[in-house]
Design a protein around this ligand. Structure first.
Ligand SMILES: Nc1ncnc2c1ncn2[C@@H]1O[C@H](COP(=O)(O)OP(=O)(O)OP(=O)(O)O)[C@@H](O)[C@H]1O
Length: 691
């Protein structure tokens, strides 16, 4: 075998075979263990619980091993002293070997694979990339890091990055673990545990960084891993697009969710943008809090019947209980319970006092009449002598039983309900938004016209902009969310309103987050223009900002064609540069009634010339259903409304009538910018001829 490439492939194949053998062994061990755990008898509930846990742990391990199968091993680094390590999606090591057979890409030992450069080789002589398909090594590609000439064991060829970038798209994002670039790796591997923000133009790998960061956090920060990692994306189409990345890195326990899913609210409509923008302001949170306070015993006394007696607690005592209840529990309904318990406590105290006074009176009267000291008979004198604080003669009153009775008493509950009614989160939001007076009282800073935009009918469906209001209300009414996370990743984070940020921060008490986005791609509801404006006022005054500067998606020609547009929508943003060049973008014009035919013709031509490539048609939202109905379009391409194109990519993109996208909704030029930057290879714009 004289060909160095074939020799290297054969060598790596031998190695890969032993790595896959170990993977297979580990998998079957885990499967056997799980089966025997499930079969083992459980004699007590504790044992059954233990068994469940053990089975779940093993199921998780099985998923992890299965997930790493494709492209399990992708790299190798050779030091100048001859030592070599193989890098993979997960680590694998036998008990006998000191050096792992495969090093997890996130381990410190793997750093040089990502960080070494010819200027800083970190002791490496060579970095090797392997391509594996179905457990078979198909090619290797080497990069020599110290200036030595290649030996006949080195295979210096096309960069694996260029190869990865020119590969055809499948409609699902793939892990970029084999070719993560130094500027991306630095963010992924950062030791920083607070808020990391990644800004970068279209295709600079923000999503790649965000997802690999999630995988790194799970590996490197066990506390955060234990508390869970959450990835928030703008819509289900996008989440579906990125859904395979983390499982292919052996991580199956990350929750991917939209804000609707997080809040558990089904909202069908987007709602008008100016209303949505108003609803995004944190003034709405203050308004809901203000409205809630009205329902929390702002004043009034409390009277209940206990047997034949009426016990009345004055205003001040109720106010003290209110304050203590609010401090004791988060959430209106849990605090209501605390309030009720405090009132019952105060009622029993009052009864105890009254009873004490009454008995003392009887005591004194009896002594006067009979000359006998009754305390001697009740034992109170004895207890007083022993230093008991409440040595009155009321020991006959069973306070615990009385409290329990009062807590279960319907009259007591009814009296509490007047001062502190039980609430439902949705009703609180409705109470604010369906009542012009409530809006005026609790949103005094808004104009009358703005308030009229917020006003809705009681039966109107919830919109997207209501989701964070409902979530805010749920946290006010029922307490903070039960499920929180140790680390939260937000993609397309430029889209979030203040109310949405509040929703996310509530779910991340540690405030450890990775936020990625691009303000030049902001949608019509986003109001902040930069990260400081978006984050500081509400939630996250301190964050670490990283900029990504290289586009890994589009060609330089496509980037050049959107430069003027970028200058208009984000004058301060430096244009990104691309690593690749390709065909210049094309424009095709069509008469107004020829649109459908022109699109079909364009797609047919592209599919014939590039049969395996993934095509996308991006149009104004209102045109999507019309195009879907045209025979021949959805056979060749996915039709994406411009409002849902953020984050997606295709090999070839046909953008339908830019003018229509621009005017379809506020900030339409940014929608167009998003649409024009989705292609990895080819961009065609179809415009309508002026009549
Ligand atoms: N290091 C890398 N190796 C291989 N492919 C990469 C790398 N970085 C990014 N890519 C690819 O480049 C494309 C764009 O990346 P990504 O979607 O993460 O960019 P983005 O900044 O989130 O884009 P947008 O702003 O449009 O949402 C994807 O196909 C991604 O897989």
């Amino acid at each position: 075998m004289n060909d160095p490439a074939a020799r290297a492939v054969a060598l790596e194949q031998d190695y890969a075979a032993s790595v896959y053998k170990l993977l297979t062994e580990r998998l079957s061990e885990a499967r056997v263990q799980r089966a025997s755990v499930l079969k083992a008898p459980a004699d007590s509930p504790e044992e059954a619980y233990e068994r469940e846990n053990a089975a779940e742990r093993l199921a998780k391990e099985i998923r992890r091993l299965e997930g790493a199968e494709t492209g399990l091993i992708f790299g190798r680094i050779d030091w100048t002293d001859g030592m070599a390590l193989r890098i993979g999606r997960i680590g694998l090591q036998t008990e006998e070997d000191d050096i792992p057979l495969l090093v997890d890409w996130r381990a410190n030992a793997a750093r040089p694979f990502y960080e070494a450069t010819p200027v800083h080789p970190m002791g490496l002589r060579r970095r090797r990339h392997l391509r594996i398909e179905e457990r078979t090594v198909t090619s290797v590609s080497d990069e020599l890091l110290v200036g030595s000439a290649p030996t006949d064991e080195d295979v210096v060829g096309d960069g694996p990055l260029v190869e990865a970038l020119s590969a055809r798209r499948t409609g699902k994002m793939h892990a970029a673990v084999a070719t993560l670039q130094a500027e991306q790796d630095e963010i992924v591997r950062s030791a920083h545990r607070g808020v990391t923000v990644v800004q970068g133009g279209p295709g600079t790998g923000k999503t790649v960084v965000a997802l690999h960061r999630a995988a790194y956090v799970l590996y490197a920060f066990p506390r955060a891993a234990e508390e869970g990692v959450l990835v928030v994306g703008p819509n289900t189409r996008f989440l579906d697009y990125i859904s395979q990345v983390l499982p292919s890195l052996g991580e199956n326990d990350v929750l991917l969710a939209t804000l609707r899913e997080l809040a558990g609210v089904s909202a069908d409509t987007a709602g008008p943008f100016d209303t949505a923008r108003l609803k995004g302001s944190s003034d709405l949170a203050d308004a809901l809090t203000g409205l809630l306070r009205v329902h929390q015993a702002p004043s009034g006394d409390f009277t209940v019947r206990v047997g034949p007696e009426r016990v009345r607690l004055p205003d001040e005592e109720v106010a003290t209980a209110r304050k203590a209840a609010l401090a004791a529990a988060s959430g209106h309904n849990p605090a209501r319970q605390a309030f009720k318990e405090l009132l019952v406590e105060a009622v029993t105290d009052a009864m105890q006092r009254d009873m004490g006074d009454l008995l003392e009176q009887i005591d004194a009267d009896a002594e006067k009449m009979t000359g006998l000291d009754l305390d001697r008979f009740t034992g109170a004198a004895q207890r007083r002598a022993e230093g008991a604080a409440d040595a009155g003669p009321v020991h006959e009153l069973d306070l615990d039983a009385l409290r329990a009775d009062l807590l279960a008493d319907a009259d007591v509950d009814a009296a509490v309900e007047v001062l502190w009614p039980r609430l439902v989160a949705g009703d609180l939001v409705k109470a604010l938004l369906t009542d012009a007076d409530a809006l005026a009282e609790h949103l005094p800073r808004l104009t009358a016209q703005e308030r009229s935009l917020l006003l809705r009918g009681p039966e109107d469906p919830w919109t997207d902009a209501d989701v964070p209001l409902l979530d805010e209300a749920a946290s006010l009414v029922d307490g903070l969310p039960e499920r929180t996370y140790g680390h939260v990743v937000v993609d397309e984070a430029q889209e979030l309103t203040a109310m949405q940020w509040r929703m996310i921060v509530r779910r991340c008490p540690a405030k450890a987050m990775t936020l990625v986005g691009d303000f030049a791609q902001a949608g019509p509801v986003a109001t902040a223009r930069d990260w400081k404006e978006a984050l500081s006022p509400h939630v996250l005054p301190r964050f670490k900002l990283h900029n990504l500067t290289v586009s890994y998606r589009t060609t330089q020609e496509i980037l050049d064609s959107v430069r003027d547009l970028l200058t208009r929508i984000a004058p301060d943003q430096k244009p990104t540069r691309s690593l690749r060049s390709g065909e210049p973008p094309r424009t095709v014009t069509t008469p107004p009634d020829g649109m459908a035919a022109t699109v079909v013709q364009e797609l047919r031509a592209q599919s014939t010339e590039h049969p395996d490539e993934l095509l996308g048609v991006i149009c104004a939202d209102s045109r999507a259903s019309e195009l879907t109905a045209v025979q021949g379009i959805s056979d060749h391409a996915r039709i994406v409304p411009a409002s849902e194109a953020r984050g997606l990519e295709f090999d070839g993109v046909v953008v339908i009538n830019p003018e229509e996208i621009i005017t379809a909704r506020p900030g339409g030029e940014r929608d167009l910018y998003v649409a024009l930057t989705r292609a990895t290879k080819r961009l065609c714009t179809i415009t309508i001829q002026p009549v």
